[in-house]
Design a protein around this ligand. Sequence first.
Ligand code: 1GP
Length: 237
Amino acid sequence: MNSLYQEIQTAKNQQRKLLAILLDPDKLSVASIGLLFDKINQSPATHVFVGGSSFEGNHLNELIKILKTQTTLPILLFPGNPEQISEQAHGILFLQLLSGRNPEYLIEHQVNAVPILEKTQLEVISTGYILIESGSETAVEKVSQTKPLSRYNFDYAAQTAKAGEFIGNKLIYLEAGSGAQKAVPLGMITAVAQRISVPLIVGGGIRSRQAIEEAFTAGADLVVIGTAFESDPTFFD
Ligand code: 1GP
């Protein structure tokens, strides 16, 4: 079987666009998730991401266990810290916050996660995570105590993404922050996509199907939808 990463790479090479629904365990109970299964399965989503910047992770295993019985989509963890690791998922975006200058989110959490990850079968996918300013302070900024990159300096964002690729990141995640007022500018998506050769994930503040298409056209290989689906599960109907 191909690895999750190989599948993402193949999709990029074939220009087949990917879509992830992001589920935040903080906002979901084991009881409420049942209502979303049909909507997830009927949607064009190719992946489910599970994570958030602040949750405690208590019911994470249970949530993913149930999710796995109801969907065949690959489930990737999108963790804010090592507490948010569940062996029940298929893989993990092993994030490095490249836009910030806080060593805790560049290496400390990663080191602490190793003994946990070594006990699991999770596919670990090195991901450079770049937060772009989006109109107001986002949860990621608060939690990581870092500043996002300017939304006007496309070249610096692309340079940062390329540094991630040179470091060895296998994916770059360009992020406006969950519930962002303004999504990542399309011109910045293009500038980053043209500069890197690894697959590009884009998310944060994308609220319409047109905005998803525009992000794809600009160069995103995988778009993440969280808030829009969470607040309206009929989003993809
Ligand atoms: C957050 O990119 C994701 O990390 C999704 O953002 O909740 O704004 O869709 P939204």
